[in-house]
Design a protein around this ligand. Structure first.
Ligand SMILES: NC(=O)c1ccc[n+]([C@@H]2O[C@H](COP(=O)([O-])OP(=O)(O)OC[C@H]3O[C@@H](n4cnc5c(N)ncnc54)[C@H](O)[C@@H]3O)[C@@H](O)[C@H]2O)c1
Length: 396
């Protein structure tokens, strides 16, 4: 294809929506992608009004079905290259399937969908039609997550014995949904959020961080899904003890009732030679603890290969990822931009008829999304049996 900017269509994002905005900024970050269209709201009239009021010109559609169908008859330079799905969880499956079938790549918010039946179909369809499919696990996009992954997976900390991956918030410590607050209302409704509230919403991020950094998979788990706020149908506190496929143990935990906690996602990995600590609220550095040595703090943009811990031959693609000098802080939007940048590279290869990877090393893919849903379903089953150890389903 020509090197025109990639055209992105939004599914969701009107009327006070949250996550569309970090995404749309990140899409425009490099000048090589742009939002050109949107089906922004379930009501067609409002969807068109919202598109007309968007901060820059986009083509509005009354529904995502209309947007996807209209694509076939657009001239090449106006066709959508990918859609971004930023709707509540119950409106992920249908637009993703319709887009893939129309030959449009998909970047979808997490959790991937509502249940394993939908997840199976999404994986099978993306494989069959060979369409790039990314899932927006934001925090993989921090350069320090990439570095953590390299350090742990290349064995610099020895064998992983233990990990603690957690995402702690406090914004649902009261019955916020009773006030009609938009983001809370659908997140506590099983029909719109899925089988777990807190687990689906942020436990899936903690799981993804664990899998991305360690390369290990959960084999079986013992789950406690708890609801502290009276009258809420879904869990607001999620504690999962996991056995990993190398024999290590891990906690994957999340909470939305810890007053004062904001977006405290973090991971500790303890290996036989040392430990690693990372927190997304302080995302520019990681701490490495080695026996009988002062702790090492590695800052993005200030890493020296061959320093006595990191080897001389650090991977070229890791060291070459575009960043700004250290001390000019990167954060949430940069992480999103890194995901979209890497997804763009795959979409361009796909459009050019070349092999593309979508291998999960730069952003989560549809199989990662599947694993998140499989994890949630297994947690719900285990918790219903008072935390009985329960095996994860086999990968498809
Ligand atoms: N990756 C992250 O860090 C992160 C953070 C927040 C939310 N999320 C995920 O993003 C998704 C959206 O969350 P949010 O907090 O932005 O929700 P939100 O309620 O703020 O926004 C959802 C938007 O979807 C629109 N919508 C609903 N049904 C639609 C339909 N049929 N057609 C078109 N638009 C429709 C709503 O009108 C709204 O504009 C969820 O899946 C959530 O889990 C991810």
């Amino acid at each position: 294809m020509s090197n025109r900017p990639l055209n992105v269509g939004l599914v969701g994002g009107g009327k006070g929506a949250f996550i569309v905005h970090p995404h749309q900024k990140a899409i425009h970050f490099d000048g090589t992608r742009r939002v050109v269209a949107g089906a922004l709201f379930p009501d067609p009239k409002v969807a068109l009004e919202e598109a007309a009021n968007w901060p820059y010109p986009i083509k509005g559609y009354g529904s995502y079905t209309e947007m996807i169908e209209a694509n076939a008859s657009l001239p090449e330079d106006q066709k959508l290259d990918y859609i971004l799905i930023v709707t509540p969880n119950f409106v992920h499956f249908d637009p993703a399937m319709k887009a893939m079938k129309a030959g449009i790549a998909v970047f979808c918010e997490k959790p991937l969908c509502l249940n394993l039946k939908e997840a199976n179909e999404l994986v099978k369809t993306s494989r069959k039609l060979n369409v790039p499919f990314g899932v927006a696990h934001t925090y993989l996009g921090h350069w320090t997550s990439r570095l953590s992954r390299y350090i742990v997976r290349s064995g610099l900390l020895g064998d992983v014995r233990w990990a603690d991956s957690s995402y702690i918030q406090g914004w649902l410590a009261t019955k916020l949904e009773a006030t009609g607050q938009q983001q809370a209302s659908w997140r506590v409704d099983p029909k719109r959020a899925g089988g777990s509230g807190c687990g689906g919403d942020i436990g899936t991020h903690a799981l993804m961080q664990l899998r991305y950094v360690t390369g290990l998979e959960v084999e079986q788990l013992s789950a406690q899904l708890e609801t502290f706020v009276q009258g809420r149908q879904l869990d607001d506190h999620f504690t999962i003890y996991c056995q990993l496929n190398n024999g290590a143990k891990a906690l994957v935990r999340a909470s939305q009732i810890c007053i004062g906690f904001k977006n405290d996602l973090g991971i500790v990995v303890a290996g036989t030679k040392g430990s690693l600590r990372w927190r997304q609220e302080d995302p520019e550095c990681i701490t490495i603890c080695l026996p009988n040595q002062p702790d090492r703090v590695y800052w993005r943009g200030a890493v020296t290969p061959g320093d006595g811990f990191l080897p001389k031959d650090m991977p070229a693609d890791l060291m070459a990822e575009p960043t700004i000098p250290s001390g000019h802080p990167e954060a949430f939007h940069d992480a999103f931009a890194r995901l979209h940048r890497c997804f763009e590279a795959d979409v361009r290869k796909w459009k050019a008829g070349q092999k593309f990877s979508v291998d999960g090393s730069k952003y989560a893919n549809v199989e990662d999304g599947w694993t998140g849903i499989a994890f949630i379903e297994t947690c719900v089953k285990s918790s219903a049996k008072k935390g009985a150890w329960t095996k994860m389903p086999k990968k498809i």
